[in-house]
Design a protein around this ligand. Sequence first.
Ligand code: GLC
Ligand code: CA
Length: 510
Amino acid sequence: MFKNVEWLRDAVFYEIYPQSFYDSNGDGIGDLKGIEEKLDYVKWLGCNAIWINPFYESPFGDAGYDITDFRKVAPRYGTNEDFEALCRSAHEKGIRILCDLVPCHTSIEHRFFRESSKKEKNEYSDFYIWCNDPGSEYPHLNKRKYERDDRYLCSFYAIQPAINYGFYEVTEDWQMDMNSEICLNNQKKLIDVMDYWISLGADGFRVDMAKDIIKSDPKREGTKLFWQKIRQYLDDNHPDIVLISEWSRGNEAVDAGFHMDMFLSGGSLFRNEKPEENYFNYFRKEGKGILSRFSDDYINIYEHIKGRGYWSLVSGNHDQPRISKGRDDEELKTLMAFILTMPSPPIIYYGDEIGMRFIEGIDKEGSQTSRGGSRTPMQWEDGKKNKGFSTSDDPYLPADNSEGSPSVDKQKGKDDSLLEYTRKMTSLKHSHSAFFADSDFRFMDRKMNYPLWYERKSSDETIRVVINPSGKKMTIKETENIKEILECRNASLDGNAITLTGLSVFIYTV
Ligand code: GLC
Ligand code: CA
């Protein structure tokens, strides 16, 4: 699949939050040089592609998702040359670099918005979406004290005014059709931004809020047309560039032309714990989850996009509580084994490979406490200042120094640590064609709740994976001949009976 970006078949992504990863110059903030210095670690872990959160010039009202210059690395992260150097070093090591593309909005402090908010008509007046009808009840309209007396549409926070790519269904006077010249010009400007980062070495983009680009588009028809056009442009001009969406409906995103979308919440498998509603995560010792809440949805989307695109399972991201919240390392190992053996390229959020903890009560640069706790400095070395993240007395955020907090150095080389286990799984993944992103997948028995039992198959091998994330002992019977055991964790084989004692992973060929 994807002749020009074949590498995706064997890709394992690593998401890096640049301000918190590694500070190379001791000013307290992680930077691009810091990422470059840690490329060997990323490679050692078994990841061969990196998605970096926004590193562009910004007042950081939403941690960099509010941009004032789309073509400039924010000084706190380094320079554009640093980005080029990072790409060069990464490519030498066989690692791809994806930029975060933030197409839907700029910062309120962007030069264009300043112009746009002026009373007198100018070339930027319609760059954003302004509503001059005080009676309109269209959602997300904001008013601030500007010369111009209108309200503007925002994407997320009020500091993020939406760029005008138009509406699919125009129902009010102030709305422009998505095919109007101004809107098409804005699309062109976006393409120019992509071209720019491609020219510096980027291998692709993770597209922020991709599904929200066209307004009044409930079925995302206009949004799909918008992205299809961009994909066409890339295929014609830069066929080796990868487009990944923040959409969370793989079927829609792949139809829209994305190579891959992310299954953000991991569905009910990892998230949405609501015991009061009898709603439990699947990947927990208690073993009270319900697989079909995930599998029904997953299989439908999988069938829909098969052969055309991917739907990635992620360990977490910068917008969600850490996956370690409420879980111990044994539970996390079953979860890593799962995301690293399922179809589509997985994404590991920095620090999840050592089980970094979610820190309560952190609110930084617009994170709010729901997200801030997942954005703390990477814990490289125990006992070192800021856990080895920075030599500064004033780091971006304090590193987690709580009792028993994990670190790379404590786990590296230690048999059976979460870090080494994650690495074992990435290496297993890379060494089997059945685990390629596009190799076949099926649940062995969808009616079975625990354990999770599935098959991956390529033209030269068939692998079956059994995962029992619960602490309960159970036995299943394989009817085919087990040829080779690739992984056996808290499990045993007796004839064709596989006994999973709890928190188990059993992987074998048939
Ligand atoms: C996406 C980003 C999030 C950001 C928002 C607005 O959801 O992942 O961090 O705040 O878009 O750009
Ligand atoms: Ca720095």
